[in-house]
Design a protein. Structure first.
Length: 194
């Protein structure tokens, strides 16, 4: 009998809760829908009932910054993950855009969110994935391309003087022969060193 009374009381309380919820929803629903919602407008006495304020999102310390660089000289795109600059943490989108425009005017912001930023930059030179076969002090040499498009001496083959090559090959090496991969580098070097 006690068990049956407990079940009846539980059912009665549940039904009462449900009825009061529905009644409250029906009573308050039309009032909320009729009120004006104001975002960024001047407030007047008529529309001061409800105002929604949106807090601006700020860059997270865990932001993922992706930089896409397009190299015009070779038509290559290279995507890198940039390290977080502590200065940008907690910046709003507008603050970040101003910061980038002031410090990195050549870099465009492609997309922005508090967790992921995508940047794009164009450069007029070769990308760092290329090699130049040339000469250094009369010897056959290999140059790498750095981030600024400058040639950086990588290796010199001291046993291979360019004076032993045909005149046309010497001219090519003095101008520099661009190769686009390590495999191509090996193939071209084989022609001069074998």
């Amino acid at each position: 009998m006690k068990k049956q009374n407990a079940i009846l009381i539980f059912l009665f309380c549940t039904a009462l809760f449900f009825i009061s919820f529905v009644y409250g929803y029906k009573m308050m629903g039309p009032k909320v829908n009729k009120q004006n919602i104001i975002i960024g407008e001047d407030r007047t006495e008529d529309n001061m009932d409800l105002e929604i304020l949106k807090e601006e999102e700020k860059i997270s310390p865990n932001v993922y910054i992706e930089k896409k660089t397009y190299y015009k000289a070779c038509n290559h795109n290279i995507t890198k993950l940039n390290e977080l600059d502590e200065k940008i943490v907690n910046m709003t989108e507008k603050q970040y855009r101003d910061y980038m425009e002031e410090n990195f005017p050549n870099v465009k912001i492609i997309s922005f969110s508090i967790n992921r930023i995508v940047l794009r930059e164009e450069k007029d030179h070769l990308c760092p994935n290329h090699y130049i076969i040339g000469e250094s002090e009369g010897k056959i040499a290999i140059y790498r391309i750095d981030e600024n498009g400058d040639r950086v001496l990588d290796r010199v083959f001291n046993d291979y003087s360019i004076s032993l090559l045909k005149q046309i090959d010497q001219e090519k090496l003095k101008q520099g022969i661009r190769v686009d991969s390590e495999e191509e580098l090996s193939n071209v070097l084989e022609n001069f060193i074998s």
